[in-house]
Design a protein around this ligand. Structure first.
Ligand SMILES: [Zn+2]
Length: 237
């Protein structure tokens, strides 16, 4: 029942009268019992406006949450990549993955090996979660493109410190150095860590199928609730 609906001809309150859809146009038509004017039932503009505003606000909130979570994931990846490259370069002066493949016992002999392993496991968890996030919440976007962005943006952010130092070193060489010399030396380690990150993200894709089916079940339940509510409204018109 609409909150307010008065006959525009005589002012008779029509909100309690049911509007049957007319057979020709399927519009909810009411014939005023006082003056026989036929009018189309319309929703209160306040309610319609409120519903539209609520829908837009909810859509904006979804986009905002998606952007925020994506930014947080990339930020955490950048922090982890820095730490992995830093640990690798400072303590082994060689690429940690290369070392792991060729001489793994070196990594286990001291306290740094476990540290590198722990950082890599955290990166694995983050990567798997990111992969699941890309294939579930961001499923409507192009997967290859989004994955490239998730891998490339933290990497490019970190690489620019090293590249700026390289530019300064080759072309300027006066005044304060640009960028960061340490980051310049860690570029191979950063690239290796970033390759690990990409592999972990792809490993997270299968997990997304589970998340997606859960989400789809929830959406189906919501839609059937909404359909029921709409049917009730239609009967009431
Ligand atoms: Zn009337």
């Amino acid at each position: 029942m609409p909150a307010h609906h008065a006959c525009h001809s005589c002012g008779y309150p029509l909100s309690r009268i049911r509007a049957a859809p007319d057979p020709h146009y399927n519009l909810p038509i009411i014939t005023c019992p006082a003056c026989d004017t036929s009018v189309v039932r319309r929703r209160d503009p306040m309610i319609t406006g409120f519903r539209t505003a609520w829908k837009s606000a909810r859509a904006a909130l979804y986009v905002f949450i998606q952007c925020l979570v994506s930014f947080m994931l990339m930020f955490m990846a950048a922090v982890l990549l820095t730490n992995i490259a830093h640990t690798a370069r400072n303590d082994y002066s060689s690429n940690p993955v290369a070392l792991f493949l060729t001489n793994p016992q070196l990594l286990r002999q001291d306290e740094i090996g476990p540290e590198l392993a722990i950082l890599s496991i955290i990166l694995l968890i983050l990567g798997v979660f990111t992969g699941a996030w890309i294939r579930s919440a961001l499923h409507h976007l192009n997967t290859a493109l989004v994955t490239s962005a998730f891998v490339a943006l933290p990497l490019l952010f970190l690489l620019q410190f090293g590249l700026r130092y390289w530019l300064w070193n080759h072309f300027v060489e006066t005044g304060r150095p640009w960028g960061d010399r340490g980051m310049y030396r860690r570029i191979p380690d950063l690239l290796t860590a970033s390759a690990m990150h990409a592999a972990f993200i792809i490993a997270g894709f299968p997990l997304a199928n589970t998340l997606r089916s859960l989400w789809a079940a929830q959406q189906r339940a919501r839609w059937s609730r909404r359909r029921r509510a709409r049917r009730r409204l239609r009967d009431d018109r």
